[in-house]
Design a protein around this ligand. Sequence first.
Ligand code: TTP
Ligand code: MG
Ligand code: MG
Length: 376
Amino acid sequence: MINKQEPRSILCVGIDRVVMHVDLDYFFAQCEEVANPLLKAKPVVVCVYSGRSEDSGAVSTANYIARKYGVKSGMPIAFAKRILKDTNAAFLPVNHELYGVVSNRVMDILRSNADRFEQESIDEAFMDVSKRVNGDFKLAEALARSIKGEIMDNERLSCSIGVGPNKVVAKIASDFQKPDGLTVIRPEGVRVFLDPLPAEKLYGVGKKTAKKLQELGVFTIGDLAAYDPGILMQIFGDKPGSYFHRAAKGIDEEPVQEKGMAEQVSRMITLKRDTRDLSLIASELDRICSGIHARLVGEGLLYKSVGILAITNTLEMRSRTKTLENPSEDAETIERIARELLSKFLEEEGAVILRRFGVKVSGLSKKSGQGLTKFL
Ligand code: TTP
Ligand code: MG
Ligand code: MG
């Protein structure tokens, strides 16, 4: 009789489960280097400018040359400029359209090399490759090298891959030797690999949890694995407590599975100044709409509704939506309806002043006959 508690992997395939986690290196900055190879020799910092003053905003990411100077994601741009002031560093604004299109092409390569595929974010994905490598970690290592080669040949991008018996281990392994890394952890090597690592390396252990764990004397994943699971459950709740305990021991049965389609795609920006001037807001609208459209094209999606989102100077959220008769795919319709909704909204709400403005499309469906092919 089948024991319901048995791990899913054993039930499904009867061979060792082999999971990969792929994460592109310094992704946004690397896309910029590919687009302009002269950047490769310099520190490159990709910035989210808020537009409020010349250097206000935060660093999105930086190449590894800039990181050597201490530049990090989330750092104020002005701070990064100070650190790099004696260098020939390039500071570039984020170009989401470019990254979205490149990401889609890389994800297609990964999907085509996996039995099961799950995109985690714009630059990372899990792949279950158990069947195609027949549970063999040596074959999985060869497959990982070939995937790295395919991404390099097609896109000129480097990535880091972790291979392990499950998602928790694969994810930590991909981060272990960055950039251009490949770390393979066989089932029998999991504990030796995990035990000495800081507890924060475990997926789901954020700064707050790590601090609480330190108060309990838990610093490494090994400390966590040895800790009384009953107490972990009392402190963090049943589900997180038991997850921490099991994950720290390298046990994880979460399947790799494609996430459901996004329910909506939206983009929002902070206006250069608080305003209710239609022409000022509308001048940002085209850029927002083309960003949304690029994402729809990339994913082969149609939309049925278009809406606007507004955050007022008193931080209230407002929205307006219009639903079309038939699903549409073109950029002009998004722009036209968003413009109409905005102008009507400003007319109706005579006193409203906007601080942030955005556009969303919803009622998404896959274009018929559109497989998981390359789009651009
Ligand atoms: P990451 O994979 O976390 O970082 P990375 O690819 O830049 O660098 P690496 O993987 O080599 O360590 O994030 C992917 C992209 O997401 C990143 O290129 C830019 C964006 N991002 C932000 O905009 N803000 C952030 O705080 C982080 C962490 C990422
Ligand atoms: Mg990355
Ligand atoms: Mg990532």
